[in-house]
Design a protein around this ligand. Structure first.
Ligand code: SUG
Length: 452
């Protein structure tokens, strides 16, 4: 998975090790179920349910530990401040302090206020689109902040996300871009896939967009995808998400397809013009392997309900590429939500998959139930960045000691539960702010304190 590439800096030759690092979004203390995402069936189904932010954040942490135990490097991003006072002020609510602004907004428009309380930044697959250095014309790793302009509660993430990416990826080997204009919806890596011989080798970047006109909104516009590809300087393929997939609740492409290295794992009904897309892919990357799941084995409805494809497809360490040379026995594992195990069609399919001789050799189930109930599975919670670890700000990298520290902070400061009436309580707002203060303090990231 790592490579050793000789680079040059002002001190002479340096060794650069490119590795895929997953950056997961810490589940913020205001995590709740306000049914803010039309077209996301889980979000709608859990409208008004009681949420458990402390349990949610601990589930997140257990996910991190599972990946660390598998030998995979892990990073994280912090939640922005909630309530989002700056956004509420921009909407014309005023007051002497943050609580007064929140009180004015909640009193006037509780539904709007719920957006200012959303913890949706946890789904970092929507934080940005990332093009690793081997793919780009200038040899830097490019990140474009997603504008998330199709959903009001998500659109307010972009400013804080950009500020955070600029800290985490300040090294000159990265280029962090602001969001593309809001006229063109961009939801980041959730609609972007990269296929490559190995993580550290040049790859084909696939941008998946939707077309408006269906029952549910198409969140990724083709023009936004094209803008991102132009900015990053990558050789890209653009493919349309099938209207049936969006209508079945696949509001992002990563609900029905996932790629890793040279393997694409996708449902049969995901792409409009699927044959032409596969042919173009094959032309650019002859070793590509498409593991396609037939609708006869798993219906789109079962795929969306189980989040089979919203798994992380990972190359296990010790396999993949060795010192830049691809080796034949590339062993991959799927990190699945445990909901996938309780779906009969999906679990039958997985048995067949593992019994076969394909590239996916193992499955691991994890419990991210609190996030799943808002439509966010394992893959939604992570942003993949292929980078040299040494170039990433170490404050955003996780090890067991830091995980223990995060556990203590979450246990001490995250609310145990939130129901819809709690959203209007001053005590909750204060607890959310205090929790974030303790987090930034413990991680030495007070620089992010005002990023809301
Ligand atoms: O944008 N849910 C998120 C889930 C995002 C999942 N991400 C990926 N597929 N990559 C969304 O729909 C629900 C919030 C609420 O209803 O309170 C929400 O925003």
């Amino acid at each position: 998975m790592d490579s050793r590439v000789r680079g040059n800096d002002e001190h002479g030759l340096v060794t650069i090790m490119l590795t895929e690092i997953n950056f997961d979004g810490i589940i913020g203390p205001s995590h709740n179920y306000a049914a803010l995402s039309f077209g996301n069936l889980a979000s709608t189904a859990h409208a008004g349910a009681t949420s458990y932010p402390r349990a949610a954040a601990l589930q997140w942490l257990a996910k991190m530990r599972t990946l660390l135990d598998l030998g995979l490097p892990q990073g994280f991003l912090l939640p922005p401040e909630r309530p989002a006072t700056g956004w509420l002020r921009a909407l014309g609510f005023s007051g002497d302090d943050a609580d007064a602004v929140a009180m004015a907004a909640y009193g006037a428009d509780p539904r709007l206020f719920a957006s200012a309380m959303s913890a949706s930044s946890m789904w970092t697959a929507n934080a940005a689109t990332v093009s690793p250095a081997p793919d780009t014309t200038d040899g830097r790793c490019h990140l474009t902040t997603a504008n998330l302009s199709r959903m009001p509660h998500r659109s307010l993430e972009a400013a804080a996300t950009e500020a955070q990416l600029r800290v985490a990826f300040a090294h000159p080997s990265f280029a962090v871009h602001a969001a593309v204009p809001a006229a063109f919806g961009d939801e980041g890596a959730a609609n972007h896939m990269r296929l490559c011989p190995a993580h550290d080798a040049p790859g084909v970047e696939v941008f998946v967009y939707g077309e408006d006109g269906g029952t549910f909104p198409a969140r990724q516009s083709r023009r936004a995808s094209e803008a991102v590809a132009r900015r990053h300087g990558v050789d890209a393929l653009f493919v349309q998400q099938s209207p049936e997939a969006i209508a079945a609740g696949a509001f992002h492409n990563d609900v029905v397809a996932v790629a890793n290295s040279h393997v694409l794992f996708a449902h049969e009904q995901v792409f409009a013009g699927r044959d032409a897309f596969y042919a173009a892919l094959q032309l650019r990357l002859p070793e590509v392997v498409v593991v396609e799941v037939p609708a006869a084995a798993v219906s789109l409805a079962d795929a969306v309900a189980s989040y089979l494809f919203n798994s992380q497809l990972v190359t296990l360490p010790g396999t993949g590429s060795d010192q830049g040379v691809a080796v034949p026995s590339r062993s991959m594992a799927l990190i699945l939500p445990r909901e996938a195990a309780s779906n009969i069609a999906v679990s039958r399919y997985l048995d067949t998959l593992l019994a076969g001789n394909g590239p996916i050799r193992a499955v691991h189930y994890i419990d991210v139930r609190e996030s799943m109930q808002n439509g966010g599975g394992p893959a939604c919670l992570r942003l993949r960045v292929v980078a040299d670890r040494a170039a990433v700000d170490p404050r955003f990298l996780l090890d067991e000691r830091k995980a223990d520290k995060l556990a203590q902070i979450i246990e001490a400061h995250w609310p145990a539960s939130i129901d819809s009436a709690d959203l209007g309580r001053r005590e909750l707002w204060q607890q959310c702010r205090a929790a974030r203060w303790h987090l930034t303090q413990a991680l030495d990231l007070s620089v992010l304190r005002n990023a809301a």
